[in-house]
Design a protein around this ligand. Structure first.
Ligand code: AMP
Ligand code: ZN
Length: 114
């Protein structure tokens, strides 16, 4: 999608602080971090919202979790723990319409979220 912010980040047209990448996933620091580690994991394939999930594109969602698992172990937060969040549409606070898994770690997180 040519007008999508995160597609532009994947292409390198907009700068980002990359922390992890594989064939299907790109991950970079959130501009407005809510925890010591606040990373956005995005599929390289454009999908706007969770409402577009299908059996055919499920692998792109699965790849995000596989990437998160690897990265969490790499930075040593797999045992203390971390949170992943994916917002869908306005009521959840989605502002960028390319699905992304927020990865939050490095502090004790409260529940429920706001
Ligand atoms: P959401 O509200 O779930 O759609 O999350 C979008 C996230 O993208 C927010 O946490 C923003 O801080 C973050 N964000 C927006 N633009 C950029 C950017 N250029 N680089 C890194 N993070 C960004
Ligand atoms: Zn996109």
């Amino acid at each position: 999608m040519s007008d999508c912010l995160f597609c532009k980040i994947i292409k390198g047209d907009i700068p980002s602080k990359k922390v992890y990448e594989n064939d299907n996933v790109y991950a970079f620091e959130d501009l407005n971090p809510q925890a010591p580690h606040h990373i956005l994991f995005i599929p390289k394939h454009h999908i706007s919202t969770i409402n577009e999930a299908t059996p055919e594109n499920a692998k792109h969602f699965g790849a995000l979790f596989a990437g998160v698992k690897e990265y969490a172990a790499e930075i040593g937060v797999d045992e203390p723990g971390y949170r992943v969040v994916m917002n869908c549409n306005a009521d959840a606070g989605q502002t960028v319409y390319h699905v992304h898994l927020h990865f939050l770690a490095g502090r004790s997180l409260t529940w429920p979220p706001g």
